[in-house]
Design a binder for this molecule. Structure first.
Ligand code: A2P
Length: 290
């Protein structure tokens, strides 16, 4: 990989850029301006979700850029309360409507299970998946996948699917590398994507990472992103400023040694952001009316 829009090939043959731009919860709030700036900075792969409430402004920024839709890689996700066969079909239609697009590059199930008491989550995920398979087969989406699915959640899909998930999007950054889940994905040819690759900036003051930043003449953010790139994981990086959007692309002219990779990989695993599919559920609800 030599630049952010160089691609991996997913298991269904679709090409996916090696770095994406995350649209969740941008600081400063002006998501339209941020997406416009990100396009200007060169990003073409954008990750959104019905939960984020950024689909409308992303669609607008893409249209107004004048760049053909086919040059973008647009990913969205359905939320916990949009799971189910009919619900998923309707959620997908709402997403396309908000984006004002006629297809997606990837569509993902955002979260594998609901609150405690969501006893039928396995069945629900399978009903949802069936709807996604049909959307894929009808050509409305170029690939279907998962987000925040751990091996036991994914196993349920793999045992029963006719179309395999091509990606799984997980919280991954130095200090929370989710090795078991990542290994499982690689073994099953599911490309891993990392949300919050900078640990929502919590890692930026880490003394060990700061030492590496000095050693390689880069910033801590660039060390975090390069670490993921060398693991074959796609970082979905967010920033509200052109300068940092560009800085986050400048990671192709250095390489972390195998020893440094190992040290970062094996840092204490104590910086997860507190959202785990089996142990804590995000409280936010989707807003169909957005
Ligand atoms: P900002 O919008 O001011 O650039 P994550 O993707 O792990 O959730 O982290 C996102 C946070 O990291 C944002 O608050 C963003 O702030 C900050 N950020 C993004 N890129 C950089 C960078 N290169 N240097 C410092 N902070 C960054």
């Amino acid at each position: 990989m030599r630049s952010i829009n160089d691609c991996y090939t997913l298991s269904n043959g679709v090409k996916i850029p090696c770095i994406g731009f995350g649209t969740y919860n941008a600081k400063g709030g002006d998501n339209l301006a941020i997406n416009r700036t990100a396009i200007e900075a060169g990003y073409r792969y954008f990750d959104t979700a019905s939960l984020y409430e950024t689909e409308r402004v992303l669609g607008q920024a893409v249209r107004e850029s004048g760049i053909p839709r086919e040059e973008f890689f647009i990913v969205s996700k359905l939320w916990i309360d949009e799971r189910g066969y009919q619900e998923a079909r309707e959620a997908f239609a709402r997403t396309l409507d908000r984006l004002q697009m006629d297809y997606l590059d990837l569509y993902l199930i955002h979260w594998p299970r609901g609150k405690e008491g969501d006893c039928d989550w396995k069945e629900k995920d399978l009903d949802t998946w069936r709807a996604l398979e049909e959307l894929y087969q009808s050509g409305k989406v170029r690939g279907i996948g998962l987000s925040n699915f751990l091996p036991h959640h994914t196993e349920n899909i793999l045992k029963n699917c006719t179309v395999k998930p091509v990606v799984d999007q997980l919280e991954i950054h130095p200090g929370y590398t989710q090795e078991a889940a990542v290994r499982y994905c690689f073994e099953h040819d599911i490309r891993v994507q990392a949300w919050s690759p900078l640990g929502r900036s919590a890692m930026l003051d880490h003394p060990v990472l700061k030492e590496y930043a000095e050693k390689y003449g880069k910033t801590v953010a660039q060390i975090c992103l390069r670490f993921l790139l060398q693991k074959g994981i796609i970082p979905l990086v967010k920033s509200s400023a052109m300068e940092r959007m560009k800085q986050n692309q400048d990671i192709f002219d250095f390489e972390l040694t195998a020893e440094d990779m190992s040290i970062i990989n094996n840092m204490p695993q104590n910086t997860w952001l507190g959202e785990h599919p089996d142990f804590a559920i995000p409280k936010k609800k989707s807003n169909f009316a957005q």
